[in-house]
Design a protein around this ligand. Structure first.
Ligand code: BGC
Length: 416
């Protein structure tokens, strides 16, 4: 009966819409959020958009870290068929803005007071020549470990806080027949682990010199040799099936007790959340070992210059929804990140998100906040590609650390 009523209502509404057409709002959204937690998060955006009357055309391109999506985006733009909205970030936003491809969002930014609610570190990422050209949706922290507490307890170990301790605990796990590190051998995942080792061993100033300023002395320093030594040690802690494994399958190994640790950004928390698991009891989050600091990653949506009133209206609707306070809470709880706005009460968030927010504030205060190289916040795609190549090649061969730093210098210089 209710269903019938619903159907009648729906057709009445449709009839009305046909008589007095409201301005349609359409968005084709290109993204790479296809894992369990990611899909739940993007579905919440789609629901909010549809509830506000929008028509959502979903264009997911599978592939963690977004490298596959970047290729599709470039060919779509070259073919003169850009998507309405696309999830991009960091220097890519600046590059597309410089190419004149992005819509100006100043009007919606003024209506929604983005100047007041966005932290300056995000404002810098999403503005080009003082105009808003993208809208940030979250803040992800890269330097996290995700830990299976039962496996640690089996070898009577505490959460390690230095790389020496990590190696010691991992060796104990291995001796007990437990895989210490769940890892997926894909270049962006290798680079994710690498940058946490750079921060942990070198500290924030070294991180900036090497991964942001691309300083040749830092790239070939003894500290960088130590970083590659630690990468070689980590290679010894992964299982035989790691090549090509998707990051979310590595997270699942920690959930299922098949491995003790994963080093991954807090989108991994979205996977634990989607499986109904709670931090502190079912799993533990802890910053990666060594020097403290916060490796920042942030997802944004940019809107390509498109034609058609419905598509422009769709862009405006999406842009204003993304930073809405309620949506920020719903989305970020599902995604594993923390809000992009600086005025959201964190009491509804879990302990890992609360720690992320506190550690972010501390890192801003003591200047230990650094942008992610692996996740395209720090440097453009070409030098990032040089890091990914060398780090992956080193991880998958018997290349010495000395040779790795020489190769790094050559490739990074070539890419600039
Ligand atoms: C993105 C996250 C995404 C992760 C895995 C990161 O680069 O910022 O939103 O969940 O890659 O796909």
């Amino acid at each position: 009966m209710n269903m019938l009523k619903g159907t009648l209502f729906a057709s009445a509404a449709l009839g009305l819409a046909a008589a007095t057409p409201a301005a349609a709002q359409t968005a084709e959204v290109l993204h790479y959020w296809t894992s369990g937690g990611e899909a739940a998060a993007v579905a919440s955006l789609r629901e909010a958009f549809e509830a506000a009357g929008g028509t959502w055309i979903d264009s997911p391109i599978a592939g963690g870290g977004g490298d596959a999506q970047a290729t599709v985006l470039r060919s779509r733009v070259l073919a003169g068929d850009p998507p309405t909205a696309v999830q991009i970030k960091g220097p890519n936003i600046q590059d597309w803005a410089e190419a004149g491809s992005l819509a100006n969002l100043d009007e919606v930014a003024a209506q929604e007071h983005w100047d007041d609610i966005l932290p300056p570190l995000l404002r810098d990422i999403v503005t080009y020549e003082d105009h808003y050209v993208a809208v940030p949706v979250n803040i992800h922290r890269v330097n996290w470990m995700w830990i299976n507490p039962e496996l640690l307890a089996q070898v009577d170990a505490e959460v390690p806080t230095t790389w020496e301790e990590f190696n010691e605990v991992a060796t104990r796990l291995q001796d007990a027949g437990i895989t210490p590190l769940a890892h997926g051998g894909q270049p962006w995942q290798d680079a994710t682990v690498f940058e946490t080792v750079v921060l942990g061993i070198g500290g924030p100033d070294f991180y900036r010199a090497a991964l942001v300023d691309l300083d040749p002395d830092a790239l070939t320093s003894d500290t960088m040799i130590e970083v590659f030594d630690q990468m070689r040690t980590l290679r010894g802690f992964v299982d035989d099936n790691f090549p090509g494994r998707d990051w979310n399958l590595a997270t699942r190994m920690v959930m299922n007790g098949e491995a003790a640790f994963q080093i991954m950004g807090d989108w991994a928390k979205g996977e634990f959340a989607a499986a109904g698991l709670e931090p502190g009891t079912d799993y533990v989050c802890a910053p990666t070992p060594g020097a403290s600091g916060y490796i920042l990653n942030s997802d944004s949506f940019a809107f390509f210059n498109v034609e058609g009133e419905d598509r422009i209206a769709g862009q405006n609707l999406l842009a204003s929804l993304i930073l809405g306070p309620e949506f920020q809470e719903t989305f970020n709880l599902l995604k594993g990140s923390i809000p992009a706005r600086n005025d959201i009460d964190m009491s509804g968030f879990d302990a890992c998100a609360q720690q992320s927010a506190e550690d972010l504030a501390a890192a801003v205060a003591d200047d230990s906040l650094v942008p992610s190289m692996a996740h395209e916040i720090a440097i453009p795609r070409a030098p990032r590609g040089a890091f990914l190549d060398v780090v992956t090649e080193h991880f998958n061969s018997d290349m010495s650390s000395e040779e790795a730093v020489e190769r790094l210098l050559e490739e990074v210089e070539l890419a600039q």
